[in-house]
Design a protein around this ligand. Structure first.
Ligand code: 3PG
Ligand code: MG
Length: 420
């Protein structure tokens, strides 16, 4: 059953609790916190504008980072309120809590069309525990519940599930926002019966992250193109040497069954035939997680299916990039999830950028529908300045992946059905 959306309801004069995903990247510059990427905020604007026009009182809730139930000043949503006000072109009030008296008082004096952003819901451990009492407290200021946080819809938390149940039990409506509706349309309906050929490009580090998506898409796609470190687990499964490439030796059986399934279903399953390799060397520097930063030396193209013992594969090679681009050029529907290599380093970015250009070209010149499954592939497209040349880019990371796996997202399941 399709879910109720904000187009189906009228919120005039009502207190509308809107869950958004404002989990955006922040950086400290000259003692100031700056938002480095605001797409997730921008993408909620149509929903907010529609609700403001209807005359709702908008109470926005979101999480930022993983503060694990503690007040963590670096994860405050205050900078987001400032940016949102800027983008929306109106005042956005901010309360440094998401439940309690302060929130209720502020909401009490709101007028139709006013916007309020609450503080990070994950400052309370009860949020992630989907605690019933906490859900009630959030719902204290909600007549209507709207979920526009597709990126967090795979989490069964108080602000994505618990509150919706409280509102629904009271006879209130729980509707999808316009972004949520678009995400479900493009990642869901559009891929149910895709125009053919349907070409899927999958990359990223691990087979284990993508195997369920591979398995499901083998039922639908005409061709699957594999890149990223994940390709090396397939190579290992085929008996090749992978040197120091990132591999999951315990997943070779999984890789073998995917290859067998592709063969049996007549799905073209392409693996890289050449790659860009280099010698990884540890430096003295540590990254944010405390792991040594790697340097890569002796970068070169390798056309042997075996990787030398001391080298690692870090990108697809030029021949593979050409083959993949040709395949993408024939597609009517394209789904892309995961980069082809370590594109953050420009020596290993060309494979990902070649695929990005091919996807943009197929969309712009040949009318293909291109859907980008979120996370790093979105980052790569934006880096290649091609973000506006594709049909749809998801704002979800984990959520897109789980949805593409065919899982029911708890945040979506909790919404009211149309016609009820
Ligand atoms: C995300 O960025 O993936 C979403 O906002 C969900 O965040 P989480 O992975 O910390 O639950
Ligand atoms: Mg995540």
């Amino acid at each position: 059953m399709p879910k109720l959306t904000i187009k189906d309801i009228n919120v005039r004069g009502k207190r509308v609790f809107v869950r958004v995903d404002y989990n955006v990247p922040l950086e400290e510059k000259d003692g100031q916190i700056v938002i480095t990427e605001a797409t997730r905020i921008v993408e909620t604007l149509p929903t907010l504008r529609m609700l403001i026009e209807q005359g709702g009182k908008l109470i926005l809730a979101a999480h930022l980072g993983r503060p694990k139930g503690k007040r963590e000043p670096s994860m405050s949503l205050r900078p987001v309120a400032i940016r949102l006000a800027d983008l929306l072109g109106c005042n956005v009030a901010f309360v440094d809590d998401c439940i309690g008296e302060k929130v209720e008082k502020t909401v009490g004096i709101m007028k139709p069309g006013d916007v309020l952003l609450l503080e990070n819901v994950r400052f309370y451990a009860e949020e992630e525990a989907n605690d019933a009492a906490f859900s009630e407290k959030l719902a204290a200021v909600a007549d209507v519940y709207v979920n526009d946080a597709f990126g967090a819809a795979h989490r069964a938390h108080a602000s994505t599930v618990g509150i919706a149940q409280v509102v629904a039990n009271r006879g209130g409506l729980c509707a999808a926002g316009l972004l949520m509706e678009r995400e479900l349309k493009f990642l869901g309906e559009e891929l149910e019966n895709p125009a053919r050929p349907f070409v899927v490009i999958l990359g990223g580090a691990k087979v284990s992250d993508k195997i369920q998506v591979i398995d499901r898409l083998l039922e639908k796609a005409d061709a699957l193109l594999i890149g990223g470190a994940m390709a090396y687990t397939f190579r290992l499964a085929q008996g090749h040497k992978t040197g120091k490439s990132l591999v999951e030796p315990e997943k070779t059986d999984t890789a073998k069954s995917a290859l067998a399934k592709a063969n049996q279903r007549g799905v073209k399953f392409l693996l890289p035939t050449d790659d860009v390799i280099a010698r990884p060397v540890k430096t003295d520097k540590l990254d944010k997680k405390g792991k040594p930063v790697m340097d890569y030396q002796n970068v070169r193209v390798n056309t042997d299916m075996n990787c030398p013992d001391d080298d690692a594969g870090l990108d697809i090679g030029p021949a593979t990039a050409k083959t993949y681009a040709d395949e993408v050029g024939k597609a009517k529907t394209i789904l892309w999830n995961g980069p082809m290599g370590l594109f953050e380093d420009k020596r290993f970015a060309e494979g990902t950028f070649a695929v990005a250009r091919a996807v943009a070209e197929a969309t712009q010149s040949r009318g293909a529908r291109s859907i980008i499954g979120g996370g790093d592939s979105v980052k790569a497209l934006n880096k290649a300045k091609l973000g506006d040349k594709v049909t749809f880019m998801s704002t979800g990371g984990g959520a897109s992946l789980e949805f593409l796996e065919g899982q029911v997202l708890p945040g979506v399941a909790a919404l009211s059905e149309k016609g009820n």
